[in-house]
Design a protein around this ligand. Structure first.
Ligand code: ADP
Ligand code: ASP
Ligand code: MG
Length: 411
């Protein structure tokens, strides 16, 4: 029988009633003749609650114990869905990450899947006709035998990885929206659902803030050629809509210049004034930040005068205080005179493979944003995207302005 992976996110399994609704989707596909591995997230809000408990327990905690705590959310939903499926007369069992096994690196709280042996799941299909209900988000680091988790939103990645491991015909990611939109439909009501989006564009959208898919899941889908759809669990299980297919660029007939707008809230901007302009200074700034595991994003260095220059860059808001401490400690090596920082910034990005062949796409945005009185604090561009940094209160206005500018609004 062909195989299928169906992944259900937190809001789709938020209550027992919704878990019953998930079971109806599973039954439909079972009737259509598939062997099925279902991958589930924790009930909505659960992971946040578990993270909060860890933080309440101690300000510094062992990330391995954090993983032991937060992985429990998925264990509950996997068991509950198996119970509901069996109650409806279907053979089903739950599988935790370590039981599959889903092997990962030892980077607790942001582990990467290194391999999945699909044999146990496949034997369950062929020997017992069993539906496998697999916990998303979690795995095991075999050498230490410890439970790991894959970072927030990681169940998407579990699903695509399981699909690759069992050779599934398709991986359906069910969520609370009916596909990938031109931008977050909760922020722009005029956002349009896309029938298809190219892997490269989805990768950029996800890494630039569209949390509908975890970045790593898109990378894996692209690498292992997993046919992945994003679709709604709130559709009627009897007449579901297909959702959005993540596919090769060549498979998209009507290509726009800009496909989507993404935004990342809670960025912080740091400026170092009067940094000496000689070799080794960039290293003196960015090596200590990297060693402290702080991700630096947009970097701007102004032309120097008098052998001194200003350097501006962004870091995630959650790392802002730590970044300032690291830089202050490294001041003797860097030699800046003044450190200025602004929290509560937002990065807004426009993405589209069509940008490769069109000039002046970003320039149009700068004009449209200035017409609205929005001040741009930093800009970066690459082949298929550009990003601007603005102050948080302008987020919605900027996203809507760009969405309209590039012809993405619903008619
Ligand atoms: P799940 O719990 O099912 O994994 P998530 O909350 O992680 O769901 O992702 C779905 C959410 O992603 C949607 O509710 C939507 O608000 C948000 N989102 C952000 N950008 C987009 C986009 N471009 N298209 C669709 N949804 C988006
Ligand atoms: N439950 C985890 C989270 O909230 C993983 C997921 O839902 O994908 O991040
Ligand atoms: Mg998610």
């Amino acid at each position: 029988m062909p195989r299928l992976v169906m992944k259900f996110g937190g809001t789709s399994v938020a209550t027992i009633d919704r878990i019953r609704n998930v079971a109806r989707h599973v039954i439909r596909e079972r009737k259509a003749g598939y062997d099925i591995a279902v991958v589930v997230s924790a009930m909505s809000g659960k992971t946040n609650e578990l993270v909060g408990w860890c933080q309440e327990a101690a300000s510094f905690y062992d990330p391995a114990e954090y993983d032991a705590v937060v992985a429990s959310g998925e264990q509950v939903t996997a068991g509950l869905l198996a119970i509901v499926l069996r109650d409806l007369g279907l053979p089903a069992r739950s599988w935790q990450g370590w039981q599959v096994p889903i092997l990962t690196s030892d980077a607790h709280a942001s582990a990467r899947i290194t391999s999945i042996d699909g044999t146990n799941l496949i034997n369950g299909f062929s020997e017992r006709g069993e539906i496998a209900v697999v916990t998303g988000f979690q795995g095991i680091h075999a050498p230490t035998g410890r439970i790991t988790t894959l970072g927030r939103g990681g169940s998407d990645t579990s699903a695509v990885a399981v699909a690759a491991a069992i050779g599934a015909e398709r991986c359906d990611i069910y969520t609370d929206v009916d596909g990938v939109y031109t931008t977050d439909p909760r922020v722009v009501p005029k956002a349009r659902r896309l029938d298809k989006i190219a892997f490269e564009e989805m990768l950029e959208m996800a890494s630039l803030g569209a949390k509908v898919l975890q970045v790593r899941s898109v990378e894996l889908a692209m690498l292992h050629r997993v046919k992945t759809f994003v679709r709604s669990s709130f559709d009627d299980p009897e007449s579901p809509k297909p959702g959005t297919l993540i596919c090769d660029e060549e498979d998209i007939v009507e290509q726009q210049v800009v496909t989507g707008i993404a935004f990342q809230r809670d960025e912080a901007q740091i400026t170092l004034r009067r940094v000496a302009d000689h070799p080794g200074v960039a290293a003196a700034i960015f090596v200590p930040l990297a060693e402290a595991n702080i991700n630096v994003d947009m970097i701007i260095q102004v032309a120097s005068d008098d052998h001194a220059t200003d350097i501006t860059f962004t870091v995630p808001g959650t790392d802002f205080e730590r970044a300032k401490q690291v830089l202050t400690k490294a001041q003797p090596q860097i030699g800046f005179t003044n450190l200025q920082g602004t929290a509560d910034m937002v990065k807004v990005s426009a993405i589209g493979v069509g940008m490769r062949s069109h000039a002046g796409v970003a320039a149009r945005a700068f004009k449209a944003l200035s017409d609205k009185g929005i001040n741009i604090r930093a800009i970066t561009t690459s082949e298929i995207k550009f990003s601007i940094l603005i102050e948080a209160p302008y987020t919605e206005l900027a996203v809507r302005t760009l969405h309209t500018l590039y012809g993405l609004d619903q008619p």
